[in-house]
Design a protein around this ligand. Structure first.
Ligand SMILES: CC(C)(COP(=O)(O)OP(=O)(O)OC[C@H]1O[C@@H](n2cnc3c(N)ncnc32)[C@H](O)[C@@H]1OP(=O)(O)O)[C@@H](O)C(=O)NCCC(=O)NCCS
Length: 159
């Protein structure tokens, strides 16, 4: 894909679908949190690669909120989108849904991750700017500014 200076959220939106299998679950047939985290990490990485057109690494998983369980046999849909960009870092939100047979979706998880784009020497490299278009994208951009400031404060003050 061509490298451009400005990109839209829709340009990098990434979805992944899984069926929860027995090896993904505990004895009570609930999806392991760690398995879901792996799926979330991959979804976020592909989203960030599509935005930046560079290799990326996960710098931080900021929030991982398990709202409801998923069980063996469930169809699980992960939906990743860029919410904010810094100079070399990108914030990606990954929402996870359980989809029932009639197509209804219930959100079971929301995660925010920070990924950094790396050049061929594995040094952080500048990423394209993000142009938020919809009201939701603009709200997430504003919230992303606050989350970035909070992350910086926590790193500096070590709490
Ligand atoms: C992420 C990493 C490349 C950053 O390298 P660095 O030398 O600290 O680079 P910088 O200080 O220039 O920071 C680069 C960007 O990353 C951000 N960043 C670095 N560490 C961060 C952290 N812990 N949380 C959030 N953002 C972070 C910086 O804010 C900066 O963002 P910006 O350019 O948008 O302002 C480096 O810390 C690293 O390789 N970490 C290990 C990542 C990894 O292995 N992940 C997989 C885990 S199994």
């Amino acid at each position: 894909m061509e490298k451009t200076e400005f990109r839209y959220v829709a340009d990098s939106r990434t979805q992944q679908v899984q069926i929860v299998l027995p090896q993904h679950a505990n004895a009570y047939k609930r999806l392991f949190g760690g398995v879901l985290m792996q799926w979330i990490d991959v979804t976020a990485a592909v989203t960030a690669r599509r935005h930046s057109c560079f290799e990326v690494t996960t710098a931080r998983i900021d929030m991982l909120e398990f709202v409801a369980p998923a069980y063996v046999g469930s169809t699980v849909l992960l939906d990743g989108c860029i919410t904010h960009v810094g100079t070399t870092s990108m914030e990606v939100r990954v929402d996870t849904y359980v989809e029932s047979l009639d197509g209804n979706r219930e959100r079971v998880n929301r995660a925010y991750l920070v990924l950094v784009a790396l050049d061929e020497q594995s040094n952080p490299v500048r990423v394209p700017r993000l142009t938020p278009v919809t009201q939701e994208e603009q709200d997430e951009w504003q919230a992303g500014i606050k989350r970035r400031a909070l992350r910086k404060k926590r790193r500096v003050e070590r709490y």
